[in-house]
Ligand binder design. Structure first.
Ligand code: NAP
Length: 235
């Protein structure tokens, strides 16, 4: 199927849709024919994304919604509103809502640790659970839930003990959700981006960006070298 029509008649929900990666996902989904629910803690930024969405396919209806993914009540209200408007739950969900509250481990405030876990990890759990429950309850499940992890969850990062723990957590959550929900035809995947330029990374100190870029370049060089050595050995 052509990429441009891959999502025709699919209802999609994107949390954190008001900014950065979530916003780009909303725009891509809309351009591929999906109806998109743009959900964000900021109603204003969700509305901004909504205005940027194309709706060239028949039946495409987008909406924006304010949601706090760390609140079960708020998510419940969102899912109810979606079902009222579309008469179905979203069959594609992207958990892109996320925050950072960086500080070195020696100085990190307990509430900064808790808030990042609440939004990034618990928020992904609550949204995944609510969407999966709605899909199973509607009797015709089958869906796809994608959660934004981070490479930082695998390798750690200076000043991000809370964030890296939350992102390691969503990997475990996703693996378990995938095992439990596969029998309903619901796929769960976690993607682990490196640094992507968004309002979130605008807060990263220049020193850290430079260090990361150096590491990425060194990694690429090592990969190129390995490939070259393998090629030489096999010829
Ligand atoms: P972003 O531009 O800051 O977008 C995140 C969005 O989530 C913002 O609109 C934010 O609103 C919203 N949000 C925050 N708390 C929320 C809550 N409780 N409920 C609902 N929405 C909430 O960040 P991004 O870079 O696009 O990141 C998107 C996801 O990718 C995050 O999970 C992030 O951890 C992950 N990621 C990003 C990178 C990167 O390099 N950018 C790398 C790896 C993984 P406010 O702006 O009002 O807080």
């Amino acid at each position: 199927m052509a990429a441009a029509t891959r999502l025709i008649s699919r209802l999609t929900l994107v949390t954190g849709g008001g900014s950065g990666i979530g916003q780009a996902v909303c725009q891509r989904f809309a351009s591929e024919g999906a109806s998109v629910v743009v959900a964000d803690i900021s109603e204003e930024s969700a509305n901004e994304t909504l205005k940027s969405l194309t709706s060239d396919c028949r039946g495409q209806v987008h909406m924006s919604a304010e949601v706090d993914v760390s609140s079960k009540e708020s998510i419940k209200k969102l899912i109810t509103n979606i079902q009222t408007l579309y008469y179905q739950p979203p069959s594609v969900c992207v958990n892109a809502a996320g925050i950072t509250q960086d500080d070195f481990l020696l100085n990190m405030e307990e509430e900064h640790f808790d808030r990042v876990i609440q939004v990034n990890l618990k928020g992904s759990f609550l949204v995944t659970q609510a969407v999966a429950q709605a899909l199973v309850a509607c009797g015709a499940p089958k869906g796809s839930i994608v959660t934004l992890g981070s490479i930082v969850g695998k390798v750690g990062n200076l000043g991000q003990s809370n964030y890296s723990a939350s992102k390691a957590g969503v990997q475990g959550l996703t693996r378990t959700a995938a095992k439990e929900l596969s029998r309903f035809g619901i796929r769960c995947n976690c993607v682990l981006p490196g640094f992507i330029s968004t309002p979130m990374t605008d807060k990263v100190p220049e020193k850290v960006i430079t260090k990361t870029l150096t590491a990425v370049r060194a990694g690429l060089t090592a990969d190129v070298l390995k490939t070259e050595i393998r090629r030489l050995c096999s010829s």
